[in-house]
Ligand binder design. Structure first.
Ligand code: AKB
Length: 340
């Protein structure tokens, strides 16, 4: 008999780290954690099986299918927006073909054990594209079906994978005489920029918020690569984990859509600096905008309308900007670097 498990890809990433830590403390589910690198020993637990491998490697996929009975997938593995611009072909392969591999695995698993597989997919505000700052200011809090014209390979990848997941969940084999549901219960969240106290992001364009607070906590100077006025929505990592778990546990009958915005607080880079300076008064933070990266951030919305998530499955963030910095980031990051 294969062991029933939850599969988490991208286990060593920012979201993966927080999600595995949650399941390790809860100890109610057996977890298979897949990543290109070994899972951080800080979050290893007795209910965790760590597999080092590539989501593009069929042999890895077949080994997982042979050993485990998968009922929920958190597919977190991705190449983020800045890194994807330097290697768009690789980004498409990882972000799209990798995701399709996992959706097909979910379909195969559902056929094996006869129950739907819940597939949680972290999309992004990168799926939006505002043409200029005046339009961005006028658009304000955008809803899911507005401005879906991304300007990055990563944003295109995320938007397409949302549609792939919705197809498998709602239209799979629609012309077949013996049409049966795919068994893939796809659910996507469009995350804002995420800030974690215990991991540093790599390759994202919203990374300046995390980089700024981590540099301050280490007493290192930081030159922010966007301008003081650059504004997008952000979220503390505990709220991102909360949103994923809430959507995963929501009854499918409540879901009126397959992709949801989730928001928390909208801040400019200058406001982030002020929040960081309150926690680390000696921080040396300057602004040295990178024109191209700043243009990507400027194309993302100033904020998102997450009323659909609130309406359908009761979403509500725990952290606003003040709480995120004063009660989560500052104390947790200070302890994190004391232990280094
Ligand atoms: C990135 O910056 O690429 C990500 C995102 C906003 O999805 N953090």
């Amino acid at each position: 008999m294969r062991k029933p498990v939850i599969l988490i890809t991208g286990a060593n990433g920012e979201i993966g780290h927080g999600l595995i830590e949650h399941f390790g403390k809860q100890d109610r589910h057996d977890i298979v954690a897949l990543d290109l690198r070994p899972v951080d020993p800080r979050i290893a637990s007795t209910n965790l099986t760590s597999i080092q491998g590539d989501i593009l490697d069929d042999n890895v996929m077949q080994r997982i299918v042979s050993e485990f009975e998968i009922h929920v997938i958190y597919h977190l593995a991705a190449m983020l927006s800045t890194r994807s611009e330097y290697a768009p072909d690789i980004a498409h392969n990882v972000n799209v073909n990798g995701t399709l591999n996992l959706i097909k695995l979910a379909h195969e698993q559902a056929r094996w054990h006869g129950t739907p597989v819940r597939f949680l997919f972290p999309s992004s505000i990168a799926a939006y594209g505002l043409p200029d700052l005046a339009t961005k200011a006028d658009a304000g809090r955008v809803s899911e079906n507005e401005w879906n014209i991304p300007s990055t390979m990563y944003g295109c990848n995320k938007l397409y994978c949302e549609q792939l997941g919705r197809y498998y969940s709602m239209h799979f084999r629609q012309l077949a005489a013996d049409r049966t549901p795919s068994g893939v219960d796809f659910r996507a969240l469009r995350f804002p920029g995420l800030i974690s106290a215990v991991t540093l992001p790599a390759g994202g364009t919203s990374d300046y918020a995390s980089e700024m607070v981590h540099a301050a906590a280490q007493g290192q100077p930081y030159a922010c690569f966007v301008s003081e006025s650059s504004r997008i929505p952000f979220m503390a990592m505990p709220d991102a984990i909360k949103a994923l778990l809430m959507l995963a546990e929501a009854d499918e009958s409540l879901l009126k859509q397959r992709t949801y915005n989730v928001g928390s607080f909208s801040v400019s880079a200058g406001e982030i600096r002020q929040l960081v300076m309150r926690a680390f008064p000696k921080a040396d933070i300057t602004f040295a905008p990178d024109r191209a990266r700043n243009a990507i951030v400027d194309s993302w919305p100033a904020d998102v309308d997450d009323s659909a998530a609130s309406r359908d499955w009761g979403w509500k963030p725990d952290y606003d900007a003040r709480r995120a910095f004063e009660e989560y980031l500052a104390p947790t990051i200070a302890d994190f670097y004391k232990g280094q």
